[in-house]
Design a protein. Structure first.
Length: 140
């Protein structure tokens, strides 16, 4: 018997999160901004002290190696947009999703998003899960 889509999605998320959490809790603050190559994408302090992710509207060649900071910001941005879509809200713009900083602030942010995501999944139905939305459209 096939597993219903929502149950499968929750199972996949729980498995993936448990593997992610294993590594997340072992990261030190200095790991987030460590640049493993000379050509990296990271998050960098802006003049106002906020963190600004490196970005290009066209994929560069060669593709930069991302830092953990950049990856965690990117995860947070996509997760935020996905939650917005499932809640029927206009998705936040990339530039409006702020990275909270290296170490515990990002760990707390991602764990909070996990909690929010679990709540959204708990209220999601097969109908809402199967809805499609074209780029730029607003929720109905």
């Amino acid at each position: 018997m096939p597993v219903p889509s929502l149950a499968l999605l929750r199972w996949q998320f729980d498995l993936t999160w448990s593997l992610f959490e294993y590594h997340l809790e072992r990261l030190a603050p200095e790991d987030f901004l460590w640049e493993p190559a000379t050509h990296c994408w990271s998050v960098r302090r802006g003049a106002d002290g906020s963190w600004i992710p490196d970005w290009a509207d066209t994929e560069p060649d060669p593709i930069p190696v991302p830092t953990i900071g950049w990856l965690t910001w990117h995860m947070g941005w996509w997760w935020t947009v996905t939650i917005d879509h499932l809640r029927g809200r206009p998705p936040q713009e990339r530039v409006d999703v702020a990275w909270p900083g290296a170490g515990e602030p990002t760990v707390v942010w991602l764990r909070g998003m996990r909690t929010e995501w679990s709540g959204v999944l708990g209220r999601t139905t097969p109908t809402t899960l199967s809805r499609t939305r074209s780029a730029g459209s607003t929720p109905s």
